[in-house]
Write a protein that binds this ligand. Structure first.
Ligand code: SF4
Length: 176
């Protein structure tokens, strides 16, 4: 689902996931799936050819390397095809409730505007946020910044007048 979430809404991913998982209920099943059928199933998430190919390759890799079990270790997760640090961190935090911070575009924007970090590199942002927050909060941090970025601190039109962080925020171009 994390792979499918690129360039689309969570709503779209949530709509296609039940049929996808019902049809191919394990990595081994998805690994042997006809690509054209997977393309049909994920069509509405956009970039369906690339995404179908990515999840089938990922399922094959998962089956071959880890016997179909999703590893709960960042260094192992990132060895899988199409899995970068962000995807691995989402899986660790959301599926395994392990301490991990995924840095996406919302996390990058909001934490920089607030002055919590001063970096564009996601790995450095992750490191800086991990230094700021206690380990037990890491798993929930990304979702909070993502929701804040969606609801209030929009990329183009941040709702600074309604923002409770306005007095603490370092952003020079506030929308006041
Ligand atoms: S004051 Fe504006 S720029 Fe700063 S965090 Fe709030 S919404 Fe974002």
């Amino acid at each position: 689902m994390t792979v499918l979430s690129a360039q689309t809404t969570d709503e779209n991913v949530n709509k296609v996931a039940p049929a996808l998982f019902a049809t191919y209920p394990s990595p081994a099943a998805l690994a042997g799936a006809p690509l054209s059928h997977v393309e049909e199933l994920v069509f509405s998430t956009g970039f369906y050819r690339q995404k179908a190919s990515a999840i089938v390759s990922l399922a094959q890799d998962l089956t071959e390397k880890f016997d179909g079990e999703v590893p709960d270790d960042l260094n192992e997760l990132v060895t899988l095809k199409g899995v970068g640090r962000k995807t691995a961190s989402v899986v660790l935090a959301e599926a395994f409730e392990k301490p991990a911070i995924a840095v996406d575009t919302h996390v990058r924007r909001t934490t920089n505007r607030l002055g919590l970090v001063s970096n564009s590199d996601p790995v450095k942002i992750e490191t800086d946020l991990k230094a700021l927050y206690p380990t037990e909060l890491w798993a929930g941090i990304s979702m909070r910044f993502i929701q804040f970025g969606r609801d209030i601190c929009d990329a183009r039109k941040p709702a600074c007048r309604d923002c409770e962080m306005v007095k603490l925020c370092d952003y020079q171009d506030k929308n006041l």
